[in-house]
Design a protein around this ligand. Structure first.
Ligand code: NAD
Length: 542
């Protein structure tokens, strides 16, 4: 089986199902939503392939109806965290010695299972547990999960094929060793695809993981574990340990075989993990690879040559899809005076038409934010805006957490380009807009670049090529994913490798081969065919 050089063809992105009324997929999804809404499941830890129940439990609820319990989950204590590390280390040798084609085949089988058999189960779990409407779930827990799995098999084959030159008297090779030890994977609540990829991108390169999932995404994340098992993922390759982040982080990071952190979440959590890893640096067997994709304060800049209807649509979708809880969600915009009236009229019209409510009602564009703590933080920013003389709330500004965590999509206009909601990540349905004088385009690009600590995504709308080029230059470091004439969210695996720098992360570009390269420690092997037999060089000879 190893005596073959195997190539995986570049895949195509998974097509998005439409979910039109009475379509086959809509009926299947509705049935699955009903089924999952009518049961309470028990979510164990999964360590070395075994289900473990600690009896120390918490609840998974629907964000749009927090009285409705979907699952009870078991939390890891220090004992199970150690067990998970041991399981990852024990599974490592067999896993890394398996032919890489076999590892890739498990990933591809998982992709097929999700594309066909489990599409609606995973989408329904993402909708109910993470508060996504059917389209947001489809592009995340179906399409993006599948794309990551398929494209990573292809990227792996490209990486392994990349070899140094040899000569007639020597053979040179690069062996792409997995890292020595285990990888600590820590996932955020907002994307099922990220939770999947943080583990599978690392595993396809021959590593094993200790995975700390976010509590509010456990329904879909546990479903992923079940699918991985059915796809043939061996015991101990991915060890799933829900529980308190601080305890898990502290225990895992103190282990000498902690070889890497694959993190997505907030900047402050990432900073904490990095600092803890630094404290243990002398204890580690190798310098850990630390990869983190973190917060954003993503922008839209419109030039006076832009089409105002396109700008308004990009703001409406970019800021309010999934309640603004995408790291790439637009949350500040700079609009020239000449376009403002049309942009404003259009935008307010669109926002006033957005329906909000239960994810099971397919008319709703807006659903609830993830939990009470997010609700309180977002409302805190809205209250600051309400109490300031520098801003006007144009629409929205209200929230109600009595049944679900609902916040109306909110548009704020400010005459201070450094107002707090222009600078800080809110991670909710709040867009702040600053109107600038058309003649000050170059100046506003500088303001945009220097306003926030983040540099994740950003978009520029213009029809004037010179204005586009000027923005590309002035905003070179302001975003890792930069868009012309499109909203700044919705990156596709294989098409727009994703990640940002500054306080937005290490910019290791998930959805490309660049991310996979972080999970190997290459060994160069040189074999000399006729070794020297005399210490003297020719210049020393008589
Ligand atoms: P978060 O930082 O609150 O949590 C992320 C994960 O870290 C969770 O699993 C949490 O339990 C865990 N955690 C918290 N403290 C920990 C500790 N001390 N040790 C170990 N684990 C710990 O983030 P969130 O609210 O789940 O997600 C939202 C954030 O994620 C936003 O800031 C968003 O911008 C960011 N995000 C970034 C990207 C990206 O690609 N740049 C993508 C998605 C989300």
């Amino acid at each position: 089986m190893n005596n073959a050089i195997f190539n995986f063809k570049e895949p195509k992105n998974e097509p998005i199902h439409g979910y039109l009324k009475n379509s086959k997929e809509r009926l299947a999804l509705e049935k699955e939503l009903d089924r999952q809404s009518s049961e309470i499941i028990d979510i164990p830890l999964i360590i070395g392939g075994k289900e473990i129940r600690t009896g120390k439990t918490g609840k998974v609820v629907m964000p749009h109806n927090h009285g409705h319990v979907l699952a009870n989950y078991h939390m890891a204590t220090e004992k199970e965290i150690q067990m998970a590390i041991d399981a990852a280390l024990n599974a490592k040798t067999d896993w890394m010695n398996l032919s890489w084609v076999e590892r890739a085949s498990i990933m591809l089988k998982a992709a097929e299972l999700i594309s066909e058999k489990y599409r609606f189960k995973l989408n329904a779990a993402t909708m109910l547990g993470q508060g996504k409407n059917c389209f947001q779930a489809e592009i995340d827990s179906a399409c993006e999960v599948i794309d990551f799995l398929r494209f990573n098999a292809y990227f792996t084959s490209r990486i392994y094929k990349d070899q140094p030159s040899s000569a007639v008297d020597m053979i040179n090779r690069l062996e792409y060793r997995p890292l020595e030890g285990f990888i600590f994977t820590v996932s955020p609540f907002n994307f099922t695809a990220i939770a999947s990829n943080l583990n599978t991108s690392v595993a396809v390169m021959g590593n094993t993981t200790v995975w700390k999932p976010a509590t509010t995404s456990l329904l879909s994340n546990y479903t992923l574990m079940e699918i991985f098992k059915e796809a043939g993922m061996p015991e101990g390759v991915i060890n799933f340990i829900p529980g308190p982040g601080s305890l898990i982080g502290k225990t895992v990071l103190a282990h000498k075989e902690m070889a890497g952190i694959h993190f997505t979440g907030s900047t402050s959590t990432f900073n904490t993990l990095w600092k803890m890893a630094s404290e243990h640096v002398e204890r580690y067997k190798s310098y850990p690879k630390i990869v983190g994709e973190t917060g954003g304060k993503d922008f839209i800049v419109a030039h006076s040559s832009a089409d105002p209807h396109e700008v308004a649509t990009a703001i409406a979708r970019g800021a309010f899809e999934f309640q603004g809880q995408k790291c790439s969600a637009a949350s500040r915009a700079y609009i020239p005076t000449s376009l403002w009236k049309t942009v404003k009229d259009d935008l307010l019209q669109m926002v006033s038409e957005m329906k909000m409510g239960d994810v099971r009602d397919f008319n709703n564009f807006i659903n609830a934010v993830i939990d009470e703590s997010a609700f309180n933080t977002i409302m805190g920013y809205i209250d600051k805006a309400k109490n300031s003389s520098e801003v006007k709330i144009l629409i929205g500004g209200e929230g109600d957490k009595s049944k679900g965590y609902f916040i109306k999509p909110t548009v704020i206009q400010t005459d201070n380009p450094h107002f707090i909601t222009m600078e800080e990540e809110i991670f909710g349905p709040v867009m702040t807009i600053y109107i600038y004088d058309d003649a000050k385009y170059e100046e506003i690009l500088k303001v945009c670049d220097s306003t926030s600590i983040y540099a994740l995504t950003g978009a520029v709308f213009a029809r004037d090529k010179y204005a586009m080029v000027a923005a590309c230059r002035a905003l070179r470091y302001a975003a890792g994913n930069f868009y012309f004439n499109d909203k700044p969210s919705g990156a596709l695996v294989g098409m727009q490798p994703f990640g940002g720098a500054r306080a937005s992360g290490t910019n290791d570009k998930s959805g490309s081969h660049l991310n996979l390269l972080r999970w190997v420690s290459p060994r160069t092997i040189k074999e000399t065919l006729l070794p020297a037999t005399d210490f003297r060089y020719s210049y020393m000879m008589e």
